[in-house]
Design a protein around this ligand. Structure first.
Ligand SMILES: CC(C)(COP(=O)(O)OP(=O)(O)OC[C@H]1O[C@@H](n2cnc3c(N)ncnc32)[C@H](O)[C@@H]1OP(=O)(O)O)[C@@H](O)C(=O)NCCC(=O)NCCS
Length: 175
């Protein structure tokens, strides 16, 4: 039994706990160990996530499986990008699911939920960055209809970047 709810500042702990584990696992070959450790420490601590949740532009949701928080997503409406003609587009900034619960279509459920939200908000498309080595995520996004439209240097730390694909999905009547 799954449910998806909008995250509030009270949910910071679930996001920190899931993020620290899943982001680290998915990107363990994406950067030198110390750079990734630094990235996780800076971005997935209580204060950083509380600050994220206090910004109304950051729309976080948590997906529960049998009442257990097992993943989360973050979107930002009206996040235009020079590679995309449409201005009213949404950025999918984060989508992470605990490994034990991957492959159950929970990720697709969470993605579709966010697509429906963006559509209701009048957005014309949704875009994201994903590390070029993250094959599972690339497959996942392609399955959902995203295509690669560009390349991006993602700074893991101020001194280290890795190459990301930029992917885009126009939102259509069938979403
Ligand atoms: C990427 C992620 C969100 C996908 O969610 P999920 O619940 O595991 O995926 P789903 O069960 O919804 O699968 C949907 C599709 O994704 C693809 N996919 C899922 N797991 C896959 C795997 N291990 N290998 C290849 N493709 C995979 C498949 O196309 C699948 O469709 P199919 O089963 O009909 O072939 C999730 O696995 C995750 O959080 N991974 C780690 C963190 C991460 O990389 N996040 C994205 C950062 S950009």
């Amino acid at each position: 039994m799954t449910s998806i709810t909008k995250a509030t500042e009270n949910d910071f702990q679930s996001i920190v706990d899931i993020g620290k584990v899943v982001v680290g696992e998915a990107h363990k070959n994406a950067a030198p160990v110390d750079d990734m450790k630094d990235y996780l420490q800076r971005n997935y601590n209580d204060a950083a996530i509380k600050e994220e949740l206090s910004d109304p532009n950051n729309i976080y949701h948590i997906i529960y499986y049998d009442s257990q928080p097992v993943g989360f997503s973050k979107i930002i409406f009206d996040a235009p990008h020079p590679n995309i003609v449409a201005e009213n587009v949404t950025m999918l900034d984060r989508i992470y699911l605990l490994k034990e619960f991957s492959g159950l279509k929970l990720g697709m459920q969470l993605l579709n939920f966010n697509l429906a939200l963006a559509k209701d908000y009048g957005q014309e498309g949704i875009w994201l960055y994903t590390w070029v080595g993250n094959e599972r995520a690339i497959n996942f996004y392609q399955k959902a209809g995203f295509t690669i439209i560009g390349s991006h240097h993602f700074y893991v730390t101020p001194a280290y970047y890795n190459v990301n694909h930029q992917m885009y999905l126009p939102i259509t009547a069938s979403h």
